[in-house]
Design a protein around this ligand. Structure first.
Ligand code: MRU
Length: 365
């Protein structure tokens, strides 16, 4: 997508793969800052501390992290160390493990002298595949928006949670890809952007993205969505996912489940944009089997922003002694999901629906 007229992706390599450039997402929306990653350690910190985030981008960064590791130490021990270091950075988004297992399976049989080049080639391919997957998610998902537009006058109102936009992927985004493609087809749209406490990915990132693309939107507090749905002001909810089970249970940013409950109560369709690397074919019960990341309570106790003087500010909002709990994701059971939007088309959130679209992957769990 474009930033001030210049096309950008969220990650790319320079110097033949020895330098990986990312957008430091902790600095948005106020500063657009590019950061160079040149070591395994830097790639791991970038994922852990959320300079990059969003399931597909975490996977892409891990792949490039493996390439950086192979530049320094392509031995078997170096490969194992890189895998272990990167896989421990964030537990919930399965794209991380997917990308690392893919890289390890390709690199392990090679002689160490060939591993760096092969790692660069595969990391670059994973990025290209992500862009194409998300573009296709948009092509399929746009039909849902077109259907609403055909039966109502005025803009189609879409609610989204967290940031499942291009910043969460290599390009396009997942939940936002149908939105961008609908806008390109001239469909009138309006997006309700959940702020997404505690880290405010909606306020910091999705609002910035939509403004950059010229798509009408309003930022709302996380608690407003149910009210808007009751009043008929939401036509469609589209969210992303960090891990979806083979049976269609969807794990996404904390608060997604509450939106799904409200949507069900109000009869609002609740769709999940789902790239196939985000499907964990090994598990069937999201509540029991998906590890939920517990992040620092400081993310709840403090908010980040820009002060009246224009300087970056970090402000405590709770008493010093208040203990904070910070589960970062929740699971929406498949029964609350109207449908999944994948790169191969739309399907119900069921084992049969997923297996029908991905017969080549569903059996391999
Ligand atoms: O903690 P984050 O910011 O990495 O969480 C991101 C989300 O929950 C997204 O909705 C999800 O990764 C889908 S991204 C296309």
């Amino acid at each position: 997508m474009k930033v001030n007229g210049t096309p950008f992706r969220t990650i790319w390599a320079e110097d033949g793969g020895r330098r990986v450039r990312i957008i430091d997402q902790t600095r948005l929306p106020h500063d657009f800052v590019l950061v160079d990653l040149t070591t395994l350690d830097q790639a791991a910190v970038a994922i852990r501390d959320m300079w990059v985030r969003g399931a597909p981008l975490i996977g892409a960064t891990a792949a490039w992290g493996m390439a950086l590791a192979m530049a320094a130490d392509p031995s078997d021990a170096g490969l194992a160390r890189a895998f272990d270091r990167l896989v421990a950075t964030r537990p919930t988004a399965v794209n991380l493990r997917w990308a690392l297992e893919d890289m390890r399976a390709r690199l392990a049989p090679l002689a160490p002298s060939g591993r760096f080049d092969a790692a660069c080639a595969r990391a670059a391919a994973i990025c290209e595949e992500d862009v194409e997957i998300n573009r296709r998610i948009g092509e399929h998902g746009v039909a849902l928006i077109e259907a609403v537009a055909a039966r109502k006058s005025g803009p189609v109102n879409i609610l989204t949670h967290c940031n499942a936009g291009w910043l969460a992927t290599v390009d396009w985004g997942t939940a936002t890809s149908p939105i961008y493609q609908a806008a390109a087809r001239g469909i009138a749209l309006h997006v309700w952007v959940d702020e997404t406490r505690p880290r405010n990915q909606g306020a910091h990132l999705t609002a910035w993205e939509l403004a950059g693309a010229g798509i009408p939107h309003h930022l709302i507090v996380d608690n407003a969505g149910g009210h808007l749905m009751q009043r008929g002001e939401v036509d469609l909810v589209i969210v992303g996912t960090d891990r979806t089970t083979a049976t269609g249970d969807v794990c996404n940013k904390i608060g997604t489940y509450l939106k799904a409950l409200a949507a069900r109560d109000c009869g609002v369709p609740f769709h999940v944009a789902l790239p196939s690397p985000t499907i964990d074919w090994r598990i069937r019960d999201g509540l029991a089997e998906i590890p939920i990341e517990a992040r620092s309570g400081d993310e709840v106790a403090f908010v980040h922003g820009r002060g009246a003087d224009g300087a970056a500010a970090r402000v405590r909002i709770s008493p010093e002694a208040t203990p904070c709990a910070n589960p970062a994701f929740d699971v929406t059971p498949a029964r609350l999901v109207t449908g999944l939007i994948t790169e191969r088309g739309l399907c119900p959130a069921t084992a049969e629906g997923l297996a029908a679209l991905f017969p080549d992957l569903a059996g391999g769990a």
